[in-house]
Ligand binder design. Sequence first.
Ligand SMILES: Nc1ncnc2[nH]cnc12
Ligand SMILES: [Zn+2]
Length: 336
Amino acid sequence: MHDFIRQLPKVELHLHIEGTLEPELMFELAQRNRIDIPFASPREVREAYRFSNLQSFLDIYYQGANVLIHEQDFFDLTWAYLLRCRDDRVMHTEIFFDPQTHTARGIDFATVVGGIRRALDQGQAELGISSHLILCFLRHLSEAEAMATLEQALPHRDRIIGVGLDSSERGHPPEKFARVFRRARDAGFLAVAHAGEEGPARNIRGALEALGVQRIDHGVRCVEDPALVRELAQTRMPLTVCPLSNVKLKVFENMQAHNIVELLRQGLCVTINSDDPAYFGGYMTDNFLAVAEAHTVTRQELAQFTLNAIEASFVSEEHKQAMAEKVRRFLAENGG
Ligand SMILES: Nc1ncnc2[nH]cnc12
Ligand SMILES: [Zn+2]
């Protein structure tokens, strides 16, 4: 099963690029940019990654991002992630970035987008990995700040496919950003939002109704509302689930208690993703392995996670067909 999972073609739809900052690169960038960080070694950084909930993670995650200053830093960060994608057989990835984390420190929006996009374009040309970029608004900040960020994004409309919503879910329901999302959708952006990660199931309905999203990021707390679960299954509304993240942030006590396999069997369009792999202990393959080790799943079911991600992705029908064909061929040749 290990080899099957390693070789299985994959698609990632929930990945924060700032969450791929490995402690070694954090140290390298801190030195290069002469930034003080409160750790003596990459090992010390890793030891600090013991989280009790989402907020305890976010505090350390935003601090880590302080070492990212120049366009080349954002390129290096993204390129390192794409090399992991290549190793993990990721065919396509749709990545989030948090511009407000950087513009609040005086870094230009264009610097951030420029470095990330240059790496993504090189990833397509040299590694054959297709990708999209999604701008996330930080929900702990105000509606006005999100709107100002959207204004900054408009000149880059052709390089950013959609908008999302992340950061602290508790106390910041989706409705707070209804007007921002309306304006973003009017400008041609697709929409997704984190909901039902730490917050209640009603945030999932809120994201669907007030924000008009095409996917729900996480969404695992949907099980608190059985009627909602039925609706999500009927409409094939995708949930981009992040198993290792959910265990690290104590959304579930352990991987055995995770509901991803149960949701798959109820017909929901659930997908496996890595969220912030440098902080949560693993990239795509690690997340698939963790699920398969804790649950009894068939090869067909593991491949279905990729087929679901292809269905939920923001690529053309033609590109979806080509990726699905790769997965079916792989399954046929590998005992599915
Ligand atoms: N899992 C997560 N939930 C909310 N905001 C985030 N930002 C980065 N990772 C996140
Ligand atoms: Zn996330």
